[in-house]
Design a protein around this ligand. Structure first.
Ligand code: CDP
Ligand code: CDP
Length: 211
């Protein structure tokens, strides 16, 4: 069983994907982390994220980058969104994601193009969304909780810029896949969002053609 969870920044897709993984007993891959690792590696190598060559060279990142605390910041999220425009970068990361999806027993992947490109024949597809303001507020709260000094206006601007870049790129743009169910978490607690996601997945699995 493969479950695809897509959506924009801070929509809650990672939280939902991890809860679904626990509920269905499946392994879960945060694919955004791969693009973030490429973004951070370009930065560490003093490369230019907008240059395809530099971004492609960074796809060979060391696994240690995945656990660098900087990889989770909004600044690295923006770098990830810039490197992820390049077709060769997306291509370099495809196989790793498909191998994860192909594990016996199945898997859950969350990202931007899981249901459209990586595993278009996933058994269940959820598109998680929330208003820009709610998403910026979540990043703000996370920043404060981690002892930072987040600025609401710049968070809103960063998220909007990332949404525009992710939705308008030529290769694998962020969009709702055919057959995906929308889940707007703007006014939902985490528990309520997870319960709705489970109900949507169960209903999609029920509708699957029987073999
Ligand atoms: O993976 P993505 O960037 O889409 O979002 P996330 O990391 O799952 O969630 C971003 C933040 O919003 C986290 O601090 C979550 O705890 C919080 N959240 C929330 O407040 N309400 C939800 N329904 C989902 C997530
Ligand atoms: O956690 P958040 O939603 O803020 O971002 P993320 O999922 O870690 O993804 C960071 C960036 O990587 C996104 O803004 C996308 O540009 C890119 N990405 C992508 O292009 N395709 C994916 N499957 C996942 C992420």
């Amino acid at each position: 069983m493969i479950i695809a969870v897509d959506g924009p920044a801070a929509s809650g897709k990672g939280t939902i994907a991890r809860a679904l993984a626990e509920h269905y007993g499946l392994p879960c891959l945060d694919t955004g982390l791969l693009y973030r690792a490429v973004g951070l590696s370009v930065l560490k190598a003093s490369g230019d994220p907008d240059l395809e060559e530099d971004a492609l060279a960074a796809c060979d990142f060391q696994d240690a980058v995945l656990s660098d605390p900087a990889v989770r910041t909004e600044a690295v999220g923006s770098l990830a969104s810039r490197v992820s425009i390049h077709p060769s970068v997306r291509q370099a990361l495809v196989q790793r994601q498909r191998d994860f999806a192909a594990q016996p027993g199945g898997a859950i992947l969350d990202g931007r193009d899981i249901a459209t490109v990586i595993v278009p024949d996933a058994d269940a597809k959820i598109f998680v969304t929330a208003s820009v303001h709610v998403r910026a507020q979540r990043r703000y709260d996370d920043g404060l909780a981690h002892g930072g000094h987040p600025d609401m206006d710049s968070l809103i601007a960063d998220i909007q810029a990332r949404d525009t870049r992710d939705m308008s790129r030529d290769h694998a743009p962020l969009r709702v896949a055919d057959g995906a169910d929308l889940l707007d978490t703007s006014n939902l607690t985490i528990d309520a969002a997870v319960q709705q996601a489970i109900a949507l997945v169960d209903a999609q699995l029920e509708r699957r053609p029987k073999v």
